[in-house]
Design a protein around this ligand. Structure first.
Ligand code: 3PG
Length: 212
């Protein structure tokens, strides 16, 4: 089940990439840092090419993020994306993915949106933008009401609050762009990316009993 896969992954780097030629060294840095999953956001023209390159590796689980339309979802899946993430809750996008058994994680910011996701049959949503919405406290309140729902908080998450989110039993994983800084990527600072991911993985491992 994808939810359990996410729980093992714990942390999903959210990436904005403007040169698909950097996909291989980026994947190498992510794997060397200790993670094996990535969300490539469809915010650049190069994103689909990067998905294609990374998805052909056996050591990476690659998803597409910032997916708004069915055409985008189809293009990403055609290039090997294994899961779809969107900033908001779109019933048509969710239904399209469910009909094809493609894991989909829509963004939800309110109880109404979480309820909409439940109505579609989902058990995992992205709580976005997590920090700006009230952070761990807000999510704990929502989780207490939506007891069967699971969350991947994203937005404002860093090494400083990651463990607090993962300590909530209904949080399966966190998403964050801080792990692959856009500037680092542009400047090809792969050792910095590897090091930042390594630090986060070390933090997770130290707190493993809370997150599994
Ligand atoms: C996303 O694309 O999901 C968010 O922009 C990531 O949020 P962050 O940049 O605060 O980690």
């Amino acid at each position: 089940m994808f939810r359990e896969e996410l729980r093992k992954i714990r942390l999903v780097p959210v990436v904005v990439i403007d040169d698909a030629g950097l996909a291989t060294p980026l994947a190498d840095a992510i794997v060397a840092g200790g993670l094996s999953c990535v969300e490539i956001t469809l915010r650049t023209d190069e994103a689909l090419g990067a998905i294609y390159t990374m998805a052909s590796r056996p050591d990476m689980l690659v998803g597409a993020g910032t997916v708004f339309t069915l055409d985008q979802a189809k293009a990403a899946v055609d290039r090997g994306a294994r899961f779809i993430v969107s900033p908001g809750m779109s019933s048509s996008l969710v239904d399209w993915c469910l009909a094809r058994k493609i894991p989909v994680i829509p963004g939800c910011a309110t109880p109404t949106e979480i309820q909409m996701a439940m109505e579609r049959g989902l058990d995992t949503v992205k709580f976005f933008p997590a920090e700006q919405l009230g952070g761990v406290k807000m999510l704990a309140t929502l989780a207490a009401v939506f007891q069967t729902m699971h969350f991947m908080p994203t937005g404002g998450i860093t090494a400083h609050n990651l463990i607090d989110y993962l300590a909530l039993p209904q949080v399966v994983a966190c998403g964050g762009s801080w792990l692959v800084g856009t500037q680092w990527l542009r400047e090809r600072k792969f050792p910095d990316i590897r090091q930042e991911i390594g630090r986060a993985v070390e933090l997770l491992d130290k707190n493993l009993e809370m997150t599994l």
